[in-house]
Design a protein around this ligand. Structure first.
Ligand code: 4NP
Length: 175
């Protein structure tokens, strides 16, 4: 008789911006790809959401998709949703793209009461040189804004993955 090995509960990460069509879906796709390349997709899962409901059900902004595609990230299957109180119980880490969304998430987390177990941080808290900063909203700007989002997200997500793996006892992950 063999005994089944109980799988570890996956670590769940939720990236949150305002509209869930530019910054947070970019972070979701970049982080997912990094996780997959490191081989930890069974243990680390990612999703994204917006604090606003304006774009619910829509695919990511065409500019975000285009700039991400050039770097090898496919955002096309993602659809926007609004963050909800329950997310603070369902995810382990809720990660805001800027201070305004962080403040909105703090209010929502308070509504969740004791059920809220997720940690809350800024994405750039995980960036070695931009701690405490905002990922600038590219929606009303030009191409350089979308490139900047990708630059910041790639570095911060790599660091986030390393620190999540470290807390799981994994060192030298190759990521
Ligand atoms: P995101 O960007 O928060 O990175 O998805 C925005 C998307 C849409 C709007 C603002 C920011 N908007 O005003 O519709």
């Amino acid at each position: 008789m063999t005994s089944a090995v109980k799988p570890e509960k996956p670590v769940r990460v939720l990236f949150v911006c305002l509209g869930n069509i530019c910054r947070s879906p970019t972070a979701e796709a970049v982080f997912r790809q990094q996780v997959q390349q490191a081989g930890w997709q069974a243990m680390i899962q990612a999703d994204s959401a917006g604090t606003a409901a304006w774009h619910v059900g829509k695919a990511p902004d065409a500019r975000s998709q285009q700039h991400a595609r050039i770097r090898g990230y496919d955002l096309s299957s993602l659809r926007a949703r609004q963050v909800k109180v329950e997310d603070f119980a369902e995810f382990d880490h809720v990660i805001a793209m800027d201070a305004a969304n962080y403040a909105e998430l703090q209010r929502l987390r308070a509504d969740a009461g004791e059920a809220a177990t997720a940690s809350l941080s800024l994405l750039l808290d995980h960036h070695p040189e931009l701690r405490g900063g905002d990922v600038p909203d590219p929606y009303y700007g030009g191409d350089d804004g979308f490139e900047k989002v990708l630059d910041q997200v790639e570095v911060a997500c790599t660091q986030l993955l390393r620190s999540l793996l470290k807390t799981q006892g994994v060192f030298g992950c190759g990521c």
